[in-house]
Design a protein around this ligand. Sequence first.
Ligand SMILES: [Fe+2]
Length: 162
Amino acid sequence: MIFVIVYGTLQATFVKRKCIKCNKDMNQVGGPLEWKEEYNVNISFIDEHHQKFLNILNNLQEVVHQDNCSERISEIYFSLVHYAEHYLIREAMYFKEYPNFIHHQDAHKEFINRVTKLQRDFEAGKKEVCSEMYQYLLEWFQNHILKYDKEAVNYLKSKGLV
Ligand SMILES: [Fe+2]
């Protein structure tokens, strides 16, 4: 009995770590992105939500590799809605003294519009939505979170505003 449970768990772990779509082990296709110390801006609510965003990104990567977009896209979408409602608005307000505040706020609106459009595309029957969403979120993580948000925090810190 114990053997069956252990074997079942190992098998489930193996299946979970395999890229079904490309028939490779997840380690061979990059695997999940890990949070690094250098990503921190040392403002707890920002770092906490940026890490949550990375978890969503990694979940979506798993969905793409396991080719189960239709089963899990709603879960991913609602995680992103939660991220937008509980974080993006708060972050934008936190950056209101930043000279590029309006542009930053526009970038957040564009993010929400893009994610909403991708969800609508899925509902309209478009395939490959998860792959497209993954590329967009990865770009957001690399260009907005790791660069743009960091620039804003560095500016506010340099002026003694935070
Ligand atoms: Fe931002």
